[in-house]
Design a protein around this ligand. Structure first.
Ligand code: SF4
Length: 179
């Protein structure tokens, strides 16, 4: 039995006050997400944590169903200079990895993080899972596992919209799978 209050205290300690406990059935996995990765995303085939270096949608769904204690973490931010978002996301995802590690070391052996952006741990990605230079820390994003972030966060009572330009506020979401 996981200690939710202890995990919530950890989240707060990392400065993550905006989160919700969610159920696996609230997470929507859809083919259209994988198609959007394949046709339209410049990172396709160029990242060690993005398609095609990821499991099939069926495997992703099966994997998510193995968890019942899941935290959805919301990030809300707006940048004057859109280029700043890369450094911000790298920094936040490193912090999230620290959180995952602490939750794991508390005895939650299944703890696994889905970061809120594509992996940006390196300035230049090696381009595949096999060639990844940081296999211990590299984590996939929800989208790269075929998660329909729009449907999922709306299922959980959060909002998200298509952004028309970089001056608009961004809503980003990470998922911490615990047990
Ligand atoms: S850790 Fe580096 S090489 Fe591995 S997926 Fe991330 S950016 Fe690419």
């Amino acid at each position: 039995m996981i200690d939710r209050m202890k995990i919530e205290a950890k989240l707060q300690g990392f400065g993550y006050g905006d989160f919700r406990w969610i159920k696996p059935e609230q997470i929507v996995v859809s083919q259209w997400v994988r198609f959007k990765c394949k046709f339209g995303c410049p990172s396709y085939g160029k990242k060690g944590t993005c398609p095609p270096s990821v499991p099939s949608l069926g495997e992703c769904r099966e994997f998510l169903n193995e968890y019942s204690a899941i935290v959805l973490i919301h990030f809300e931010i707006r940048f004057d200079d859109p280029k700043e978002r890369y450094a911000w996301s790298r920094q936040e995802n490193k912090k999230l990895l620290e959180l995952e590690k602490k939750v794991f070391l508390d005895g939650n052996h299944k703890a696994f993080l889905l970061i809120m952006d594509e992996c940006r741990l390196c300035n230049e990605c090696s381009g595949s899972r096999e060639a990844c230079v940081n296999k211990i820390d590299a984590r996939p994003s929800p989208e790269s596992l075929g998660i329909d972030v729009f449907a999922t966060v709306r299922n959980c009572g959060y909002s998200i919209d298509v952004l028309r330009d970089y001056s608009q506020k961004m809503d980003r979401y990470a998922i911490l799978l615990i047990d």
